[in-house]
Design a protein around this ligand. Structure first.
Ligand SMILES: C[S@@+](CC[C@H](N)C(=O)[O-])C[C@H]1O[C@@H](n2cnc3c(N)ncnc32)[C@H](O)[C@@H]1O
Length: 443
């Protein structure tokens, strides 16, 4: 049987040194190795916890290093300190002795002794205090392990209180939420089905389609196999409702993979009309097709196409509704992808904005007069969200914002839905940070 801590260290080095994505690196290790359910959970906790608090752990461990240590040694110390500070269930001596064993196995006696000496010293000496950081933005950045540029960006765009809320919320655990497949049955029926399979769940906080999973692995259920639901954050479930596709209509989904919103739109159309789904990556088209198949949907056509060239494939005025769920900086999903806090650079934001702009300009003529264009992102950055939409409107007078969006959103969001746009913040309703704008083509 594989060792969960050793595999967690390997996963962390894959992510932090070799630039792997956390979800991919973790599932690869889990698939490759024989682990108990308990060990899988522990390993996941170690990987996500260490990544989530990486900057804080780094702040704590740095004074204990004299000279240079190997990158994996630093990560091992951080991962062990994470257990000592955040996991009540792990005794300190167990965390330390396991780390020493791993260090010896991986780097011989020298590294074993080094790790032992550093960790023992940490138990004797107080860790540095956050109060020594005088600047409040820098202090929040370290306390919550966010890059300083992001703390400053949010603070400028949304204010200090909101920034604190978001930064802290990003270190909270993520709930699993699922969306009922309305073609199969109702949310109530799904709840009963899951409960009969030993899953504990309750209705979601925001979406009329959502169930919040409190206990049990939903992916292992018959209901999953039979296509009764799709695993999705509640914020994402609001998009298809915002688009409000009519039965028998023709819908274009420009950036579809893995198909969360495509399938929701198709479900709302109750197997009528067609949803044309595209993505720029070949391997991702398979993900869309697999999801469409599992959910039993017959009104989706998924094909490879770069969204910036969709005007070469379709005539102007072709679609009743177009969804641009754009590639974005992902600053709303840091709870799920904590490595982004470490890897994302401000220059990445400019690059992605160019693509968003290009996609919007390309698809603008494809919407029929009177049709709907929904633009959404899983980010919290005004330049990619409301400012992007404003810029689009300035160049496309044939469009205007659709204030009726508010009627298609849950009541709790009415106050923050302004003139056809809504920004959800991490920490508000236990969802991801998310943005939706609804536009109508007038001429
Ligand atoms: C936010 S994700 C889409 C999520 C999807 N709509 C869902 O609900 O499951 C953005 C998608 O855009 C795709 N993408 C990136 N650049 C693209 C482009 N130029 N054309 C089409 N798709 C693109 C990415 O591969 C990614 O799958």
């Amino acid at each position: 049987m594989a060792n969960a801590r050793e595999l967690a260290l390997q996963t962390l080095t894959d992510i932090l040194i070799d630039g792997a994505y956390s979800n991919h690196a973790l599932s690869e290790q889990i698939e490759k190795n024989e682990l108990t359910v308990q060990d899988k959970n522990f390993m996941t906790e170690l990987v996500y916890g260490t990544l989530q608090h990486e900057q804080l752990l780094n702040f704590y461990v740095t004074p204990f290093f004299n000279g240079k240590v190997k990158a994996w040694v630093r990560i091992l110390i951080q991962m062990t300190l994470y257990q000592m500070l955040f996991l009540d269930s792990v005794p300190e001596h167990a965390a330390i002795s396991e780390a020493v064993k791993i260090a010896k196995k991986r780097g011989g006696q020298f590294n074993g002794k080094l790790v032992n000496a550093i960790l023992r010293e940490m138990t004797r000496t107080p860790l540095p205090s956050l109060d020594t950081i005088k600047d409040e933005a820098e202090r929040l950045a370290v306390e919550t392990s966010h890059p300083l540029w992001l703390i400053k960006l949010w603070s400028k765009q949304f204010g200090w209180e909101k920034t604190i809320q978001m930064a802290r919320a990003n270190n909270e655990r993520v709930n699993v939420t699922i969306r009922v497949n309305g073609v199969r049955g109702t949310r109530e029926e799904l709840k009963q089905k899951l409960e009969s399979e030993g899953i504990t769940c309750e209705y979601g906080n925001l979406s009329q389609d959502a169930l919040l999973i409190l206990k049990g692995n939903v992916i292992k259920t018959k209901a999953f196999e039979q296509g009764w639901f799709y695993v999705q954050d509640e914020s994402s479930m609001l998009v298809a409702r915002a688009l409000k596709p009519k039965h028998h209509s023709k819908v274009l989904d420009t950036c579809s993979a893995p198909g969360g919103k495509t399938t929701h739109v198709a479900e709302l159309m109750r197997q009528t009309g067609t949803v044309y789904a595209h993505d720029v990556y070949e391997h991702k088209i398979k993900l869309i097709k697999d999801n469409v198949k599992r959910l039993g949907l017959t009104n989706v056509v998924a094909t490879l196409q770069d969204a910036t060239t969709l005007n070469e494939r379709y005539e102007s005025d072709s679609f009743d509704a177009v969804l641009v769920d754009a590639p974005c900086s992902g600053l709303g999903i840091l709870r799920r992808h904590p490595e982004v806090k470490i890897t994302k650079q401000p220059s990445d934001l400019d690059e992605i904005m160019m693509i968003q702009k290009k996609i919007l300009n390309t698809v603008a003529p494809l919407v029929k007069v009177g049709g709907t264009l929904v633009y959404s992102t899983c980010t919290v950055n005004r330049k990619e969200n409301d400012k992007m939409v404003e810029q689009f409107l300035a160049q496309h007078p044939e469009y205007e914002l659709d204030p009726t969006l508010v009627n298609r959103l849950p009541e709790v969001l009415h106050e923050q839905t302004k003139n056809g746009m809504v920004q959800l913040f991490p920490g508000d309703y236990q969802t991801d940070g998310f943005f939706i704008a609804c536009l109508k083509r007038q001429a």
